[in-house]
Design a protein around this ligand. Structure first.
Ligand SMILES: [Zn+2]
Length: 310
């Protein structure tokens, strides 16, 4: 059933990576798509140590606050939900908040980065599966809501995931997926400097129209599409533009992750701070457009599923 993408045409050729679009199924993917890297190996060091921090300085505290916002967002999307699965759940803070403050009966997560698994299980006491979703089996209708925040773009079989997630949802259940928006305003002119490209980890790319068609194909009804994110938009735009102007590779972002100081940061950081308010403003103005930096889609599984399309 999987498309082999034999009709793929070149969309962008960059110095370090080439992007293709499949003429048959519409999937956009980069040249690393077919590399069979073992995901467990690739994400082993995604979360650095036993505290599992991904960032330095006070940013970890801000991330926890954003995970609380995510938990609140889940409540607004599906107020009566009691069972949630978060695929690629990070260290599980959103699940932890849903269980602790919002009375969720089941808050399960899937995570393959070992440090994050240990943290979520041992420190937060969560139900975590440390295998790929496609290697696991859940009963049909096991969850009221399934979420995937910035994960789908890491996968080589996004359609297979959608099909599985759909079967695991209860009738009327919600699927919440957020990915970088391939139609974003900065992607167009920052090209290979667009932060959302991230060819080391991202292998597929999605735009609003193509995303909606994909959901519809599996009988899911798209309820809302947003392209603004308080957490991601400003940073993504600003870093992409700074990298484009300086012809560099996201030095400030890497500095926040690894505290590796490079002299060029002396002017990258002021430039970043100068551009950030402008980027924030542009992203806010684009709130009702389809050109923001992220693509958040909420889809619903109908009470009665239409027969699977051939
Ligand atoms: Zn294809």
């Amino acid at each position: 059933m999987n498309c082999e993408h034999r009709n793929a045409r070149e969309l962008n050729r960059f110095a370090t990576n080439t992007i293709y679009a499949c003429g048959k199924c519409g999937l956009v993917f980069n040249q690393n798509y077919r590399q069979k890297t073992d995901p467990h190996e690739l994400y082993e060091k995604y979360y650095k140590n036993e505290t599992s921090a991904r960032f330095n300085f006070g940013i970890e505290a801000v991330i926890r606050l954003f995970r609380l916002f995510r938990a609140v967002k889940i409540l607004t999307i599906h107020p009566s939900a009691k069972k949630i699965l978060d695929i690629g759940c990070g260290r599980g803070f959103m699940l932890y908040f849903l269980k602790k403050y919002f009375k969720f009966e089941r808050a399960a997560g899937i995570q393959i980065s070992r440090n994050a698994v240990q943290f979520a299980r041992n420190k937060l006491g969560l139900e975590i599966f440390d295998r790929d979703l496609l290697e696991l089996s859940f009963e049909n209708g096991a969850f009221d809501i399934i979420t995937m925040w910035h994960v789908l773009e890491h996968l080589t079989e996004p359609e297979e995931y959608l099909r599985r997630m759909c079967s695991m949802l209860t009738a009327g259940g919600k699927l919440v997926i957020e990915v970088p928006n391939f139609d974003s305003w900065t992607r167009k002119f920052t090209g290979e400097h667009w932060l959302g490209l991230d060819p080391e980890y991202h292998v597929t790319y999605f735009s609003p129209g193509q995303f909606t068609r994909l959901f519809n194909k599996y009988g899911l009804a798209v309820k809302t599409t947003h392209t603004f994110s308080m957490e991601y938009s400003t940073f993504l735009s600003t870093q992409s533009i700074v990298s484009r102007i300086t012809g560099s590779d996201h030095l400030f972002f890497r500095f926040l992750q690894e505290t590796r100081f490079t002299p060029a940061l002396v002017w990258h950081i002021p430039l970043f701070l100068l551009l950030a308010p402008v980027c924030f403003l542009v992203n806010v103005l684009l709130y009702f457009s389809k050109r923001g930096e992220v693509l958040l889609v909420v889809a619903e599984k109908p009470a009665t599923m239409p027969r699977a399309q051939k």
